[in-house]
Design a protein around this ligand. Structure first.
Ligand code: GAR
Length: 221
């Protein structure tokens, strides 16, 4: 099993002496991945590998530039979702990590995958969950005349975008916002939110107790 963070805290800095091993799953641009690469040292994170289900994902280039190992797993090679996920499980088990970070990974994961890594999968979603699960969240926020919109980080459970929310960042929606301008505002917040939450995790402060219950520093959120 991989090193468990929190075993060896530096009392002076509060940082772990050994970073927590993680794999990051992406499908696209990878700007969240980039913010994690840039902050990795500060948040005690060792990004062991980046996995994509899209060959052309720009995030793969970002990973290569940072000398991080990459994997492309082609969904077309698998007849059913469960077989694709089995392949993912075997790759991730071989890498031996303590954390799986979904950063713009645009595939639904099967219950087998989620249960195999229960309590170790985090996702970032571009809405103030439970509002607007699924796709096109920015347009949905505009269409329903929301005053506020934002991003959420949650533990992944079997319910799509339905796992318990750990933390959120909020933006104001103004009347001139388009889907594009809103996405840009939210992404900027995501790049602050995800490193913050992942640092709580790597410091062993964050736990999924059961499917709808999480604790931070032992307190139920
Ligand atoms: C981000 O906005 C992330 O929240 C969203 O995809 C974008 C990826 O951007 N994820 C989802 O919609 C998952 N349901 P990035 O590739 O630049 O990090």
């Amino acid at each position: 099993m991989a090193h468990r963070s929190g075993d060896s805290l530096d009392r002076r800095t509060g940082h772990n002496l050994v970073a927590m091993r993680a794999v990051i799953l992406i499908s696209g641009n990878g700007s969240n991945l980039q913010s994690l690469i840039d902050n990795a040292k500060k948040i005690d994170l060792e990004i062991c590998s980046v996995i994509s289900n899209k060959r052309a994902a720009f995030g793969l280039k970002r990973a290569e530039q940072a000398h991080i190992k990459t994997h492309f797993v082609d969904p077309n090679l698998f007849k059913i979702r469960e077989d694709f996920d089995k392949k993912l499980i075997s790759i991730i088990d071989d890498i031996d990590v303590d954390l799986i970070v979904l950063a713009g990974f645009m595939r639904i994961l099967s219950p087998d995958f989620i249960n195999h890594f229960s309590g170790k999968i985090l996702n970032i979603h571009p809405s103030l969950l439970p509002k607007f699960p699924g796709l096109n969240t920015h347009q949905k926020a505009i269409d329903s005349k929301e005053k506020y919109h934002g991003a959420s980080v949650h533990f992944v459970t079997e319910e799509l975008d339905g796992g318990p929310v750990i933390s959120q960042e909020i933006v104001e929606v103004d009347s001139k916002d388009t889907e594009h301008s809103l996405a840009k505002k939210v992404l900027e917040k995501e790049h602050i939110l995800y490193p913050r939450v992942i640092h709580w995790y790597t410091q062993n402060r964050l736990k999924l107790i059961k499917k709808d219950c999480i604790t931070l520093d032992g307190n139920i959120l």
